[in-house]
Design a protein around this ligand. Structure first.
Ligand SMILES: NC(=O)c1ccc[n+]([C@@H]2O[C@H](COP(=O)([O-])OP(=O)(O)OC[C@H]3O[C@@H](n4cnc5c(N)ncnc54)[C@H](OP(=O)(O)O)[C@@H]3O)[C@@H](O)[C@H]2O)c1
Length: 262
């Protein structure tokens, strides 16, 4: 059973996390969100602002899930919860920034991704100074509600993590879009093109998840010598094509994450 949690920002990611916590069993908790989304269940009371929280509510964790641009204004309102560990999933908000905005609170910085919505996410997290084993374990349990959890000691790694797994679902969805377009160019009717692209991406992801073989071997398993896939891969794997494009894309996103963190 998870202890009481205060969720700040019940949008896509906060809402997905809340759903995951409820599956594990959640003590009476609160969510703050000015758009007052519907509560997902009887154990969660949703209020419009920090001022509406009961004065005696003592959460074990405050989960910060507002957009980064709202952080500076929203965070100081929660600095009074000294007993709680502050778990931030906000992109580009460094541990130093969080600690300053939260008057020196114990903070954990985490980067999840959108497959969290179906408990298939991956989150990478990093503890700030002063966070003890119990608070780290609580954060692990909260993050594990929506998928795998990995911990890093070096906060600087959160920038490339943001580029790889934080944004990664977008690159995979782009692959489905491009595959559909290319199928249409070859004369496949649009509805079938869409089904082929979606199911190929989804089925390949499921096969990768279910297999002990690495991605390169699964790729080779589809590739017969002198066959059609080999011909396509020669185009895609040309150094100037996907290898360089992926490397540049991840480097650009990593640099942007560093910029956002100031
Ligand atoms: N989506 C992703 O792929 C992803 C991945 C990793 C990390 N993240 C991080 O997760 C965080 C949330 O992203 P999201 O995609 O869930 O955004 P979102 O859907 O826009 O959710 C943010 C929610 O916070 C509410 N809000 C705004 N100001 C608030 C305040 N002062 N107090 C409480 N709630 C407030 C918003 O309400 P209004 O709509 O009324 O403004 C909205 O419901 C971001 O910091 C993002 O960097 C997102």
């Amino acid at each position: 059973m998870l202890p009481p949690v205060l969720l700040v920002g019940m949008g896509k990611m906060g809402g997905a996390m809340l759903a995951g916590w409820r599956e594990q069993g959640l003590s009476a908790s609160f969510a703050v969100d000015p758009s007052l989304p519907l509560s997902p269940g009887p154990e969660v009371t949703v209020v419009a602002s920090a001022a509406d929280l009961p004065a005696d509510f003592r959460p074990a964790a405050v989960v910060l899930a507002v957009k980064p641009q709202n952080a500076a204004q929203a965070l100081p309102l929660y600095a009074g919860h000294r007993q709680a560990v502050m778990l931030s999933i906000m992109a580009g908000c460094s541990i130093a920034f969080l600690q300053t905005a939260l008057a020196g609170a114990n903070v954990v910085r985490a980067m999840p991704n959108t497959p969290a919505a179906i408990r298939q996410g991956i989150t990478v997290a990093c503890v700030g100074p002063g966070v003890g084993a119990k608070q780290k374990a609580l954060c692990h349990a909260l993050l594990a509600g929506v998928g795998l959890v990995e911990w890093v000691e070096d906060e600087a790694l959160i920038d490339p993590v943001t580029a790889v797994s934080g944004g990664g679902p977008a690159y995979v969805f782009l692959l489905a879009e491009l595959l559909e377009q290319a199928a249409i160019e070859q004369g496949i009717p649009q509805p079938l093109a869409r089904t082929l692209a979606r199911q190929t991406v989804a089925g390949s992801g499921a096969l990768l998840a279910a297999s002990n073989e690495d991605a390169a071997q699964l790729r080779r398993n589809v590739t017969s010598p002198k066959g059609t896939t080999e011909r396509a891969l020669a185009v895609l794997m040309d150094d100037a094509a996907w290898p360089r494009a992926m490397s540049r894309a991840i480097a650009a996103a990593t640099a942007r994450s560093r910029e956002l963190a100031g």
